[in-house]
Write a protein that binds this ligand. Structure first.
Ligand SMILES: Nc1ncnc2c1ncn2[C@@H]1O[C@H](COP(=O)(O)OP(=O)(O)O)[C@@H](O)[C@H]1O
Ligand SMILES: [Mg+2]
Length: 314
């Protein structure tokens, strides 16, 4: 089964040329590894959006599970129109943070606001309303395997709108086109590749035209080409449609490419916060350790791939 790559008229050469022009210098600069700066890394300098007013606000939020303290008085404002990338080691509470924003979890202490409304005190009816404004791409794509692609994407429209069948068809068609899966309404998710399933899940997450889309590790498990397709989609939704994005990722290549702002969550707190260049230059040893750790992973992968090639040639 082939993956469609002809989505949204992207010119693949454009980002390569920009990446080639990416010059890194400056006092105190500690280079992040060359593997992150190659053309395939797509580390093109994109103008970072300053962002508008605050769309999401966490004020002194703490969350524990039993004796496990996950978030320790986290305060954070997400600006409208920006792509904010959250990185951090496994188990630091990145997914918990996203679930707090959409009211799937409640904080022990502190306050959570979305678009001015207090999420952690909202009635179930009001929560339904704000969730229409928040698309959530879960870590696992969480598609309904008993429904075809079209039905999966249409589901939120059936649940939350009084659109006619013809209007729903038109909307489903439009969002599938946006994610490069035009005309695949009648495919079964179980017959699709991981990258395609992710894009179906993304189509479903944006079908209600939300203000905010939250992506939980959207490129994990995808090869670099398919991962980059997801990066391009995140950028396009942000730049073409003004959708505010929060992206949790382990993938520093993705992070450097898509972020207007990067945050490192570590041991219950945000310990580094800035635009990608400032962030990647941070001399904070924890930030560097995290970046270097990721680089090791990338190198390991390429070494493994090299070994596979040798095996094939033998
Ligand atoms: N509903 C839950 N009940 C109990 N523990 C949880 C729950 N959700 C998350 N945790 C724990 O909280 C910690 C942070 O989880 P998570 O936010 O999923 O980490 P990550 O940063 O990898 O996304 C982990 O130790 C996880 O086991
Ligand atoms: Mg997680």
């Amino acid at each position: 089964m082939t993956e469609q790559t002809d989505n949204m008229g992207q010119d693949p050469k454009a980002s390569t040329a920009e990446a080639d022009g990416h010059v890194v210098s400056g006092a105190g600069w500690r280079p992040y590894p060359a593997t992150m700066l190659g053309p395939e890394a797509g580390a093109a300098p994109r103008p970072h959006r300053p962002g508008g007013d605050t769309l999401v606000h966490l004020d002194g939020v703490s969350k524990s599970f039993g004796s496990l303290r996950v978030l320790n008085s986290v305060s954070l404002e997400i600006k409208r129109g920006q792509t904010t990338v959250i990185i951090g080691p496994s188990g630091t509470g990145k997914s918990v943070l996203l679930k707090l924003i959409v009211g799937l979890l409640l904080p022990d202490r502190g306050e959570v606001y979305f678009d001015g409304g207090r999420v952690d005190k909202m009635s179930p009816t009001d929560l339904v309303e704000i969730r229409k404004e928040i698309g959530f791409l879960f870590q696992m794509s969480a598609l309904f395997d008993s429904m075809d692609v079209g039905q999966n994407v249409e589901f939120p429209l059936v649940e939350h709108t009084d659109m006619t069948a013809a209007q729903r068809d038109e909307r489903v068609d439009r969002v599938l086109r946006m994610v490069g899966l035009s005309g695949l309404q009648h495919k079964w998710p179980s017959m699709m590749s991981g990258g395609q399933r992710k894009r179906v899940a993304l189509a479903r997450a944006i079908v209600l035209e939300p203000m905010l889309v939250m992506y939980d590790e959207p490129t994990t498990g995808l090869d670099p080409i398919r991962a980059d397709l997801i990066n391009e989609l995140i950028i396009a939704l942000n730049t073409k449609f003004g959708i505010t994005s929060i992206v949790v990722t382990h993938d520093m290549v993705s992070a450097a490419k898509i972020a207007d702002r990067m945050l490192l969550l570590y041991d219950g707190n945000i310990i580094c916060d800035g635009d990608p260049e400032t962030f990647l230059r941070s001399e904070n040893p924890l930030v560097q350790k995290f970046i270097q750790g990721q680089a090791d992973q990338i190198e390991l992968e390429s070494i493994r791939k090299g070994l596979d090639t040798q095996r094939v040639e033998e």
